[in-house]
Design a binder for this molecule. Sequence first.
Ligand SMILES: Nc1nc2c(c(=O)[nH]1)N[C@H]1C(S)=C(S)[C@@H](COP(=O)(O)OP(=O)(O)OC[C@H]3O[C@@H](n4cnc5c(=O)[nH]c(N)nc54)[C@H](O)[C@@H]3O)O[C@H]1N2
Ligand SMILES: Nc1nc2c(c(=O)[nH]1)N[C@H]1C(S)=C(S)[C@@H](COP(=O)(O)OP(=O)(O)OC[C@H]3O[C@@H](n4cnc5c(=O)[nH]c(N)nc54)[C@H](O)[C@@H]3O)O[C@H]1N2
Ligand code: SF4
Ligand SMILES: [Mo]
Length: 708
Amino acid sequence: MATHYSSCPLCEASCGIVVETEGDQVKSVRGDDADPFSAGYICPKGTALGDLHHDPDRLRQPMRRDGETWTPMGWDDAFDYVAAQLTAVRKLHGADAIAVYQGNPAAHNLGLLTFGQLLLRSLGTRNAYSATSNDQLPHMLAALQVFGNQILMPVPDLDRCDLLICLGANPLASNGSIMTAPDMRARLAQIQARGGKVIVLDPRRTETADRADQHLFIRPGTDAVLLLAIAHELFAEGLVKLGRLAQHTRGEADLRRASAPWSPEHAAEVTGISADEIRGLARTFATTKRAALYGRIGVCTQEFGGLAAWLVYAINALTGHLDEPGGLMFTTPALDPVPVAKLLGYDGGFARWHSRVSRRPEFGGELPMSVFAEEIATPGRGQIRALITCAGNPVLSSPGGPALETALEGLEFMVSIDPYLNETTRHAHVILPPASALERSHYDAALNAFAVRNVAKYSPPVFERGPDARQDWEICAALFARLRLPKLGRGLAERLLIKFGPEGILDVALRAGPWGLRLGRKGLSLAKLEAAPHGLDLGPLTSRLPGRLGHRDRLVDLAPAIYLADLPRLARKWAQASRPTTGLVMIGRRHLRSNNSWMHNTERLVKGPVRCTLLIHPEDAAVRGLVDGGTATVATGRGKISLPVEVSDEVMRGVVSVPHGWGHGRRGTRLRVAEAHAGESVNDILDPAFTDELSGTSALTGQSVEVS
Ligand SMILES: Nc1nc2c(c(=O)[nH]1)N[C@H]1C(S)=C(S)[C@@H](COP(=O)(O)OP(=O)(O)OC[C@H]3O[C@@H](n4cnc5c(=O)[nH]c(N)nc54)[C@H](O)[C@@H]3O)O[C@H]1N2
Ligand SMILES: Nc1nc2c(c(=O)[nH]1)N[C@H]1C(S)=C(S)[C@@H](COP(=O)(O)OP(=O)(O)OC[C@H]3O[C@@H](n4cnc5c(=O)[nH]c(N)nc54)[C@H](O)[C@@H]3O)O[C@H]1N2
Ligand code: SF4
Ligand SMILES: [Mo]
């Protein structure tokens, strides 16, 4: 038996874990009580890490497809073959003909954060895509616009606030997002234990809402209107107080003018929350000293997600809660992503170019997923001919799955860096499967930058990778070396990077980071982290403004022009606020035992009641003759799906909910457990063209559906 202290890489919470092994077998995975940040917390997904490692369906060597037959191949042959195919496409059609899609697990993987980016950036393609545009893009855009850097997304100072207003997030299921903090249940309970309050605004009475002091139903897609009314009320009642940041902001007068037309009465009609409640929210938030307004995926993946994400930051600033203890704060991560992103050319930029077919804006060098399928399927100059997917399953995770599948079939070449033969990778010509999570080291380079305390932890691999396995970074480095791409810089830099590997890069970044330099010779380094296997607590968040601001004038912009220009669109939508009386709109939901589309192949996580169900309010069900346990058909212009009905007043009237990431019934995958719990993919019927028009981000929430 051996005991390993490690970190769970599955979600943003970054829990410390203890893995007991016997030979090459995982015996148990439990929470690490000695981890100063997670203090023993673990969720059911973490305990399934051993199942993932031992999963017989997990691919262990490169696979090449011929029609519907897959044959294993050696690594060198696979790398040579893939590089030759990609090079041929590039020679014939140019750099933009190779597209890249990076999925969510890439953000939890040091090797992909370094070498995946290196490969991607060196391809020099405008066809870069990722899960970002189905997710946090509006927050990043707001960070760029308001603070001058897309990575500067502030997080709630959860452990010190006395009021948390939670908009469009369900941290008790998701374990928190852009708010890295293990054990949400305990942390929220502590707010209440110190006399504070948690208020949740959500179209569903969620697990988080159940434990909150107050829950208000809000009609999907209307958060921007609510937030404008709150701003309106703050100005009207003289509750605006910028505090320390007064000399470091601009745009207050513009924001006052912009919010003037949005009265709480009007917002009440639009949102379904009464004018008195809206006034109460504004007042309580403004007058609670330590308070944070936090918005997450329900806020940004909607029709007005850009506006809503901006207003969340702006309202925190207006009330003196930005960059103050207990409010919305910036981190001081040991590996500072700001200079690193600059180095990789990922330091922001918006609408510098537009997509070829629908003219959607670029953001941070990427195009939004809403145009992905059409950029593959539409002939002409600049059409995508080859695709690299890495750690992503866009067939299930992006609206318009079936259209994307058809588009993928037309590609000249597709390669997937992925451990599974799933709904997306079955379309690839070659799959390059990385070693398992337990065979790689872990440092949360991305998510530490959004943690509610400054923390740093390095974990060596639990198992050494076998001679026939390759790490994600090694796969990317091997392709990079064979592609003979135009060099970033001088070429020497890349050779050096490969020699260094992720660990070498991490060490340099730690030493050059704020905790490396700050402490002189005693500064943080990889060796220091290796000596602290449970991780290091570097203390609570501290005020970082104005120093951290990216704008040349070193000011927080409370009213960026792009948002002011988007307000007429919002006004048009709600010109006569009319409550849709008959139609239904779709929202999603997450479950603690699930993780997007890819963790349904372990019995431990999928057992129990069917989870891919339609939640519908009793009155909406009755009108349609639907009963609990029956079957409903949900249709849009893009198609229909049928799934079991759960009648419940936990969703508001006019709203139905289906979780995403299911739909494992497709032919030709190798996911034996998931296939037996297939469910349906809500993204099969969601329309990719329904977006936040400002940012191009998919509007996953608030789409109209017909239910029968
Ligand atoms: N309707 C609807 N759609 C949504 C959402 C929603 O709320 N509603 N949420 C959206 C959000 S927030 C996100 S982030 C996206 C996620 O979308 P994606 O990132 O596209 O999808 P995942 O389901 O996370 O798929 C992860 C893939 O990575 C592979 N993988 C797992 N670990 C590793 C690894 O270590 N290395 C490599 N190379 N591969 C690995 C898995 O096998 C799987 O194929 O979905 C989005 N889609
Ligand atoms: N167990 C589990 N954990 C996960 C994931 C998972 O799939 N499973 N995915 C991970 C990923 S990739 C991400 S990005 C995070 C996301 O983390 P969260 O943002 O916490 O995600 P959700 O749990 O989907 O919560 C979103 C909430 O928004 C509500 N909502 C929907 N539409 C609206 C609206 O228009 N307005 C408002 N105010 N609310 C709305 C929904 O009802 C839902 O309760 O979770 C991560 N953690
Ligand atoms: S909450 Fe669960 S999935 Fe997320 S890091 Fe912790 S154990 Fe892993
Ligand atoms: Mo996400």
